[in-house]
Design a protein around this ligand. Structure first.
Ligand code: RB5
Length: 143
């Protein structure tokens, strides 16, 4: 699976750990930055990742900022994106089962690495249930 990953300064440390885990588990990862803890604007990175996933260049995306809020708000402006802010593995599982989420957002300042790994495990291994959830997902976009 090809994954696009991006973050702001507040998500940099957690991003590094997530990249290690993804590479170790056979995912193909492209890092859209930022590449340090120097202050940047999260929309610049969230838009790049969301656009790449929306175009179909990557199957899924991972976005990390301090709270996870800014990157999820930004990514969800893209029509083809369903970005889910996840803080426990159970939410990541539901984001896939019910919402067919294609971008995982996490709060770099509030999540332990071990929990973030559990969240990613669920997000990347859980299929979309379809059925009645497909009808609901189809109603999300503004016409
Ligand atoms: C940066 O200080 C912080 O505002 C940002 O990482 C994020 O939490 C915004 O939603």
């Amino acid at each position: 699976m090809k994954i696009a990953i991006g973050n702001d300064h507040a998500g940099y440390e957690l991003k590094l750990a997530m990249k290690v885990w993804l590479n170790e588990h056979g995912y193909e990862v492209k890092d859209f930055g930022t590449g340090s803890t120097d202050s940047v604007d999260y929309p610049d990175y969230a838009h790049m990742v969301a656009e790449a996933v929306e175009k179909g260049e990557f199957e899924r995306g991972v976005l990390i900022c301090g709270s996870g809020l800014g990157v999820s708000m930004t990514a969800n402006k893209h029509q083809g994106i369903r970005a889910a802010l996840c803080w426990i593995p159970e939410i990541a599982e539901l984001a896939r089962l019910h919402n067919n989420a294609n971008i995982l957002c996490m709060a770099g300042r509030f999540i332990e690495k071990e929990v973030a790994v559990q969240i990613m495990e669920k997000f990347f291994s859980t299929p979309f249930e379809g059925g009645r959830h497909q009808n609901r997902v189809d109603k999300i976009p503004l016409k």
